[in-house]
Design a protein around this ligand. Structure first.
Ligand code: SF4
Length: 431
């Protein structure tokens, strides 16, 4: 029997989709080359923007035409957000964001009864939906989903409605999973969640988790998918100072560089708070890479406020900015606000800020030319050796096909272009 997993959206979805794949492989399934050859197709959907929603719906409608014999299982944010519409698509098993770990047993039930199953639970109060991975197939870095949900209700965001309230994976379960992944060869663990900084398991927080995982000898690096500036407390700064396995890269969403817009977004900080925290982080790790997310074209964002936002991003010297044109989401406060910005202006602003991000990224990465740095090797699509430094610089290693994936090696960075920083192999790390 053949399967195909189609994943849309964030790292949390990627973790969940990898779990579905692991269970199907354990049940003897093999991956189909193409969707049209699969006996079962699992689609983990996303609804962070209108575009994401449209993509998921379009994909599923096309799939029904291309492969009407496959069992189709659709789940995730777009289904949670548009349940009634998805129920008209003739999908075999339909789940929202909750109970995803039940997909394998629901699939077995469906094969017996052939009765369509719909499980879209809109209750925000949910238990953490435990999944355990043994290996993060097809990836060098292994993700562990440690947390789900959010109660922040930023005015533009639909996630709290779709993923429910904050909840965390049991501390011991995460540690056990990290040990298994490390024993199966993963040297880098990425802790993912909707709100990683709010991790709490019977009083043990994210820092406790990082410090416990770093005791696992085979784990060389611990990375966070993202963290809110308000969650970088003194305890975290202590760990940033003392725990060398915590990588020198933090992804901290800014969202806007003007206090007026931050207020309208219901973000929990202002520019001064954000800037002061970044200076504190850089006083501890001067070369750290801080990347961020910024929304452009939020309602009431004038040319002047956008200008201010761009200037603030330059001033904070981010290593990269992920730029998102504001996307109106139903049932959010921002969707009811006055002063929505025209699409063409959003597009123009997004291009301007992406150009600034490219310059900032180039400026940051060029600081490391001439330096010897450690990477964990991966193979790119051309089967060449690439890898990321701990501060998340993507490096290409010349003439290194004698290396395998997932090796810790020292390289010397010496040149760059828009795709990579280039390097020569120096020696293997202390693996
Ligand atoms: S913190 Fe804000 S942007 Fe992030 S998931 Fe929660 S509501 Fe959405």
């Amino acid at each position: 029997m053949k399967y195909k997993i189609i994943n849309f959206g964030c790292k949390v979805n990627t973790y969940e989709s990898t779990y579905f794949e692991e269970v199907l492989i354990k049940d003897g399934y093999t991956e189909a080359k193409e969707v049209k050859d699969a006996d079962v197709v699992v689609i983990n959907t996303c609804s962070v923007t209108n575009v994401a929603d449209q993509k998921c719906r379009k994909f599923i409608r096309r799939l029904k035409r291309e492969n009407d014999k496959a069992v189709i299982i659709a789940c995730g944010c777009s289904v949670q957000n548009n349940g009634e519409e998805y129920q008209t698509y003739g999908i075999d098993i339909l789940l929202g964001n909750h109970h995803k770990s039940k997909i394998p047993e629901l699939y077995k039930e469906f094969l017996k009864t052939r009765e369509p199953i719909v499980l879209i639970d809109s209750n925000r109060k949910q238990e953490f939906d435990d999944m355990l991975l043994n290996k993060f197939e097809k990836h060098t870095r292994a993700f562990i989903k440690i947390q789900d949900g959010c109660d922040n209700f930023c005015s533009y965001c639909v996630i709290p409605l779709l993923r429910g309230s904050l909840r965390s994976k049991k501390f011991e379960t995460v540690i056990k999973e990290a040990k298994t992944l490390a024993d199966n060869g993963h040297k880098e663990i990425v802790l993912v969640g909707i709100h990683t900084g709010s991790y709490n398991s019977d009083g043990k927080d994210l820092v406790d988790l990082i410090n416990e995982i770093s005791k696992i000898e085979k784990v060389k690096r611990i990375r966070l998918s993202s963290i809110e500036i308000t969650e970088l407390n003194d305890k975290f700064m202590e760990t940033l100072k003392n725990n060398k396995k915590l990588v020198s890269h933090l992804h901290i969403p800014l969202q806007a560089g003007s206090n007026e817009i931050l207020k309208l977004m219901n973000r929990k900080y202002d520019k001064k708070y954000f800037k002061d925290k970044l200076e504190l982080i850089r006083s501890i790790r001067p070369d750290i890479n801080i990347t961020t997310d910024v929304i452009v074209g939020f309602p009431q964002e004038t040319d002047e406020l956008f200008e201010e936002s761009m200037e603030f991003c330059k001033e904070l010297e981010f290593g990269k900015i992920h730029v998102f044109p504001y996307s109106i989401r139903n049932n959010t406060k921002a969707s009811l606000m006055e002063g929505h910005v025209k699409e063409e202006i959003k597009k123009k602003r997004a291009l301007q800020l992406i150009r600034i991000s490219d310059i900032l990224q180039c400026t940051y990465e060029k600081k490391f030319l001439g330096k010897e740095m450690t990477i964990i090797t991966e193979k790119n699509h051309q089967n060449e050796i690439v890898g990321f430094t701990d501060n998340y610089i993507k490096v290409f290693v010349r003439d290194a096909n004698f290396l395998n994936s997932n090796e810790e090696v020292i390289v010397k960075l010496d040149s760059w272009d828009e795709k990579y920083i280039y390097s020569d192999f120096i020696k293997k790390g202390e693996d």
